[in-house]
Design a protein around this ligand. Structure first.
Ligand SMILES: *Cc1c(COP(=O)(O)O)cnc(C)c1O
Length: 402
């Protein structure tokens, strides 16, 4: 007998669970790319991309993943030898820094470790010390998907302004857009980076950028731009093909169209954020209960305000390799795939196997999250992994109270 038979469930932080409606919207013959419906559907995406980022900024769509979107942002902001200030709160912050470095940007790295948000005061100090005003942009993740730390973007904008520094603020929202509240215009963000496969519930394959007029001005002089990565022809296309510098991502366009309709027109962005916030609290409540009595289970981010609402990183205590054993049990015995611990230790180190991540981003609801948590609890019981009692019940209580 296997209790894993039945529909399996993927709780890894991207690709996220995709609605059947999104997949069905993509299930079609290749459309004409020269005229007709595809052009109208594509045109309808831009206003909705602005709505989902709460901005009136320009938007550009790339065929690519998140790494591609980083390079797109870098190419338009920097010239070779320009300086960037990267505030890293986990592996993805370091990843963006590395992508800029390898493109020829000089990176000043502020490393805030893997278990806390960035300190805006340190960003302000670093910018104030840059008297020559050489730093072109501050790069930061809103939520770093490895540590699951969330940064206070409005406070970082205020830090830049307090320092009287002209640097652009560029934010990686790949793991947080349409999960955590994000207000591009209110928070003074110049460049927003996202991708299709997380909160946007669409298969991997689209990199998304939003950029302010100030960022557009900077990009005019950015010599890392190439014809493919230049955002201007995409955002201000005179001919259809220019939006993608070639063939359009035809099926992704239909998928994203459906996802944006679900998020913006049916559920509504404030409700999308509230759903993620509540489900995140349910996850945290389970871990807090499991962590009682020195079990060794603990959330990576102690401060709830600094936790992302789309994914949770936690350490599982007990015998060596407990998190990996639990992940394997959940997949084999229950059809549930949890995320690996990323960036907390190297894969060769025993500590690596003490960490895991639970994704709760995108097309998730109370039953999927409660099912995930109850399954994890069953696995901890089955494997004799030390844990405090009542995790699933604590999560259920959060859902009930909401
Ligand atoms: C997933 C993710 C990335 C990388 O995206 P890919 O599509 O895997 O290239 C970058 N930053 C953050 C915050 C992410 O969550």
């Amino acid at each position: 007998m296997s209790l894993a038979q039945g529909r399996s469930y993927l709780a890894i932080p991207g690709p996220s669970v995709m609605p059947d409606r999104v997949l069905n919207a993509m299930h079609r013959a290749a459309p004409n790319i020269y005229a007709g419906e595809l052009h109208e559907v594509t045109a309808s995406l831009y206003p909705d991309l602005r709505r989902v980022a709460l901005t009136s900024a320009h938007a550009a769509i790339y065929i690519g993943n998140g790494h591609a979107a980083w390079e797109a942002a870098n190419a338009n902001m920097f010239s070779r030898g320009d300086r960037a200030l990267v505030a890293a709160t986990g592996r993805f912050g370091h990843g963006w820094a590395e992508s800029a470095r390898r493109m020829g940007v000089t990176v000043d790295l502020l490393d805030f470790g893997r278990s806390a948000a960035a300190d805006p005061a340190r960003i302000a100090e670093t910018l104030a010390a840059d008297r020559a005003r050489e730093i072109r942009a501050v790069l930061v993740t809103q939520v770093d998907t490895s540590s699951t730390a969330k940064n206070d973007i409005a406070a970082i904008r205020a830090a830049i302004d307090d320092a009287g520094h002209p640097a652009l603020l560029a934010v990686d929202c790949i793991a947080s857009l349409a999960c955590d509240a994000f207000r591009m215009d209110d928070w003074g963000v110049d460049v927003t980076v996202a991708a299709s496969q997380k909160g946007l519930m669409t298969p991997p394959g689209l990199g998304l950028l939003w950029f302010s007029d100030k960022a557009l001005d900077v990009s005019r002089h950015a010599d890392l731009k190439t014809p493919y990565w230049d955002w201007a022809p995409r955002a201000f296309a005179e001919e259809y093909w220019q939006q993608f510098c070639g063939t359009a991502p035809t099926h992704h366009i239909y998928g994203l169209r459906e996802a944006l309709t679900m998020l913006l027109d049916e559920e509504g962005l404030p409700h999308v954020w509230a759903r993620h916030a509540t489900l995140a609290r349910a996850v945290w409540a389970a871990f807090e209960a499991w962590g009682r009595g020195d079990s060794g289970v603990r959330l990576n981010i102690a401060d709830a305000a600094a936790r992302g609402h789309s994914v949770t990183s936690a350490r599982i205590g007990g015998p060596e390799g407990a998190a990996t054993r639990l992940r394997e049990w959940c997949e084999r015995e229950a059809g549930l795939t949890l995320g690996i611990g990323l960036g907390m230790a190297l894969p060769a180190e025993p500590e690596y196997h003490a960490w895991l991540r639970v994704a709760h981003m995108g097309h998730v609801n109370a039953h999927s999250v409660l099912g995930t948590l109850a399954t994890m609890e069953a696995g901890m019981v089955a494997l004799d992994i030390p844990h405090g009692p009542g995790g699933a019940a604590a999560a259920a209580a959060v859902v009930a109270a909401a």
